[in-house]
Design a protein around this ligand. Structure first.
Ligand code: MN
Length: 486
């Protein structure tokens, strides 16, 4: 991406002093990277502008965008972090420093690799914006992966899928997760990629036409009903998530069974309008029975809110419609990143909630010295941070977020370490259940306790799947002078 093209994007979102800082950064980066080339033969600065443009699209604040523009300066040019600080201030320098410290996550033996991962969690816990810059950087590197030798392509693509995408997911940034996976997909699973592409190609065109037709009818209806629409657009399902769905047993690799290949997404101003839109849609086309889902009245366990319905479209084929307000939309697409979006007073809405949302990252970074070796640590990271998550409930309705395969022991320790220690049994969905039972999303878990109990059971180390639970158990046993297997 050229400087002019990037500035055109930036101008749509920034003005006045903010825009001036961005323009200055563009000039500085152009000068600093002068004469350098990417492997693709493109001038180096095209990479930093592409990275920064993604940050603008994510709605990030001006400091993050400026940091994106100069993110490769200390590592790849003769200018230093001190120069960056002098020109663009301490916040930008802090962000760029964070990105530089992460280094290029190269695989140079397990020890280095694990250390790099640990640093990533530390950086993320300190300021999650560092990680968001890293995501934008990685997205552009994936877009230009074709210029690298095949072994490198595979390594970077794999790592994007196994580490970066799950982290983006964990941070709730669905849009980045989807893009990372889709860009890595052809390199990691070339055969499967070709298969899915072949399946969707002709369908997309037909579906896009239908969705366009529906969009016109709905827009007309909304105008008549005087409902203000923030946006209305067709969204194609991300290719990799479609692949994951297709190979699930209930879909049996049959594309005909997938009804959300293209969905029509309507964003309106408030909750009342959301319901009005669904009413209007159901007047235009017949709803498919049992497919209306009210995730506003009953959000998904991960907090997702929207109204979903499927209707028989203009030519009789089922089309999914998703309706939400602006805030629901931002939370669903941008997760943690949405906290930097400007609110009505023109200030980013950062604060305590962000810190809370990445507390797990700090904890993971700290577990490092609890574990005997790097292999164990990597294993723990993969399970606690990168595995698919399930969401269970306490009897009072609080959501506890756990990795897949977690047990009631994990649940107890995630609620509170004391609850773990005094645990004597568990009731899952009102049924007494063994402590090593695998929990599933949506389970209501009640931990039965005995207040006189002072120590965890040694066998629990086997039953617990998370590092959080195991760490607490080990620590308690150690303090009581009981040897525990590491
Ligand atoms: Mn870079």
């Amino acid at each position: 991406m050229q400087a002019a093209e990037f500035l055109a994007v930036a101008k749509q979102h920034f003005h006045g002093d903010d825009l001036k800082r961005i323009t200055d950064a563009v000039e500085f980066a152009t000068m600093a990277h002068q004469g350098q080339q990417r492997k693709s033969g493109q001038p180096y600065e095209t990479h930093v502008f592409a990275t920064a443009a993604k940050l603008v699209e994510l709605g990030m604040d001006v400091d993050t965008v400026v940091a994106g523009i100069v993110h490769d300066v200390p590592e790849d040019t003769t200018y230093t972090l001190a120069d960056v600080e002098q020109l663009f201030g301490p916040t930008v320098a802090h962000l760029v420093g964070g990105v530089t410290k992460l280094g290029k996550l190269k695989y140079r033996g397990l020890e280095r690799y694990v250390e790099n991962l640990r640093r990533m969690f530390v950086a993320m816990a300190e300021d999650v914006r560092v990680m968001i810059i890293k995501f934008a950087d990685r997205l552009h590197n994936l877009e230009t992966l074709g210029a690298l030798p095949p072994e490198k392509q595979l390594r970077i693509a794999r790592e994007s899928m196994e580490i970066f995408a799950p982290l983006a997911h964990r941070l709730g940034i669905g849009e980045i997760k989807g893009q990372l996976e889709d860009l890595a997909f052809p390199y990691v699973y070339p055969v499967e990629y070709a298969w899915v592409r072949g399946l969707v190609g002709p369908r997309y065109e037909a579906l896009d036409r239908i969705v366009d037709e529906m969009k016109i009818a709905i827009t007309r209806g909304l105008t008549e009903a005087k409902i203000t629409t923030m946006s209305i657009h067709g969204r194609r399902k991300h290719l990799y998530s479609l692949y994951e769905k297709l190979i699930r047993p209930e879909y049996n690799r049959d594309i005909q069974r997938i009804t959300d290949l293209v969905a029509l997404r309507i964003v309106v101003q408030n909750v009342t309008d959301c319901y009005a839109v669904v009413g209007l849609v159901h007047q235009l086309w017949k709803p498919v029975p049992q497919r209306f889902k009210d995730y506003i009245a009953q959000p998904k366990p991960n907090g997702y809110r929207s109204l979903h319905t499927t209707v028989f479209g203009p030519h009789g084929q089922p089309v999914e419609i998703q309706v939400r307000d602006q805030q629901m939309h931002e939370e669903a697409e941008y997760g943690v990143a949405a906290h930097w979006h400007y609110n009505e007073s023109g200030k980013p809405q950062t604060g305590a909630r962000v810190t809370e949302k990445v507390a797990w990252a700090r904890q993971l970074a700290e577990w490092k010295h609890e574990l005997a070796n790097d292999e164990q640590y990597l294993e723990a990271l993969k399970i606690d941070a990168l595995q698919k998550r399930i969401f269970c409930f306490t009897p009072t309705g609080d959501v506890i977020d756990l990795p897949e395969h977690a047990t009631p022991i994990d649940f107890a320790y995630h609620v509170h370490s004391d609850l773990g220690t005094t645990c004597v049994g568990a009731r899952v969905n009102d049924k007494l259940t063994a402590l090593d039972t695998e929990l599933r999303s949506g389970d209501v878990v009640e931990i039965l306790t005995d207040k006189n109990r002072k120590l965890p059971n040694r066998d629990w180390l086997e039953m617990a799947k998370t590092q959080t639970a195991r760490g607490h158990i080990r620590k308690a046993l150690r303090e009581a002078g009981i040897e525990s297997p590491t």
